[in-house]
Design a protein around this ligand. Structure first.
Ligand code: TYM
Length: 332
């Protein structure tokens, strides 16, 4: 079986619809066909300030949501990044293989650090993509299911894997990004040319999965569209309507041409109201399942402990090979 690996940050509040449609949904599907490793990336989370109790709660909360979304611990390995110390260890090696200029060109870093200002930007945020490289290479992943915003980090991973393989000896699998075109970028409902994100300027365009369903329904009903009236997919001319069609199509499994036909002659209002209802129906059992996992922290922690054990077995083997190749004296 080919292997996949991916990660998600523990965030305050819940995952948003972009996280789910762009990534987590693919994770659930891929556990059927791949040897799948998925993790909650708490080491990445501390690149910006975190309250300790909140971080702990958000990490468990993230794991509960992943299980509620359909990850099955019998079919995949679900773990917390900090439980596997090899991530930080391989990251150091990769730091020493990455050019300063190369790291400086990472666009997510440039955007985030520009927003925060240099004095509030940590060195951890700068090397964030290199930790992500280590995450992926430790597991010899063939593919990495992510949204479009992660593409540059996967490119860096490929470059560093090839660099290591050339400089020392073939060691790492060079991974491919696994980005589903239709849902690679879900857009903000109020500003349909920007991606849906927690850091959006207004929460009105952001659909958090665990918000009160009524509040989310309202966001769909007041989504920004255009002054035209035709329901047609056209990402350039009609980004708002196209985004709604993408979400509708993915949540229901109905193709976009079918939806265009179904809504011919109907107004945007009908599309928005129906989508709001579809979302509420989909999200309600998801919320219940998340609550159930959170109500049973012992089971949750034991799933994560087992996941960490399986992950460590793989990660330790890769790291041992790397340490040997770069010339470290064995510890025994
Ligand atoms: P994070 O936590 O920001 O996002 C998790 C996943 O959600 C995707 N995503 C989106 N997809 C479509 N439309 C959107 N609007 C949208 N917003 C977010 C992201 O692309 C991502 O796949 N650096 C990563 C976490 C990470 C990782 C890894 C991923 C750490 N190590 C190793 C893969 C492999 C991140 O911050 O994702």
């Amino acid at each position: 079986r080919p292997r996949v690996l991916s990660g998600i940050q523990p965030t305050a509040g819940s995952f948003h619809l972009g996280n789910y449609l762009g990534a987590v949904r693919q994770w659930v599907a891929l556990q059927e066909s791949h040897d799948a490793f998925y993790m909650v990336v708490d080491l990445h989370a501390i690149t910006v300030p975190q309250d300790p109790e909140e971080l702990r709660a958000n990490t468990r909360f993230a794991a509960a949501q992943l299980l509620a979304a359909g990850l099955d611990p019998e079919r995949c390995t679900l773990f917390v990044q900090s439980h596997v110390p090899e991530h930080a260890q391989l990251a150091w090696v990769m730091n020493c293989l990455t050019g300063f200029g190369e790291a400086s060109r990472m666009t997510q870093f440039k955007d985030k650090s520009a927003k925060q200002g240099a004095d509030r930007t940590t060195v951890g945020l700068f090397t964030y993509p290199i930790l992500q490289v280590a995450d992926i290479l430790l597991y010899q992943a063939n593919a990495v299911p992510v949204g479009e915003d992660q593409r540059q980090h996967i490119e860096l991973t490929r470059d560093l894997a090839e660099r290591f393989n050339t400089r020392y000896a073939p060691t790492f699998t060079v991974p491919e990004p696994y980005i589903v075109k239709e849902t690679a970028k879900i857009y903000d409902l109020q500003d349909p040319t920007s991606k849906m994100s927690k850091s959006a300027s207004s929460p009105k365009g952001l659909v958090n999965l665990l918000d009160e369903p009524k509040a989310s329904a309202k966001k769909f009903k007041s989504a920004v569209t255009d002054t035209d009236t035709v329901i047609r997919y056209d990402a350039e001319q009609k980004p708002g309507v196209s985004n709604l069609l993408t979400i509708y199509s993915t949540l229901t499994g109905t193709s976009i041409p079918e939806l265009e036909e179904r809504y011919e002659g109907k107004g945007y209002g009908a599309l928005k109201t129906d989508l709001a209802e579809i979302f509420v129906e989909w999200v309600t059992p998801f919320r219940t399942r998340t609550e159930e996992y959170l109500d049973d922290p012992e089971t949750l922690d034991s799933v994560l402990a087992k996941g960490a054990e399986k992950a460590r077995a793989v990660a330790a083997e890769t790291l041992a090979t790397v340490y040997d190749r770069i010339g470290f004296v064995p510890a025994k």
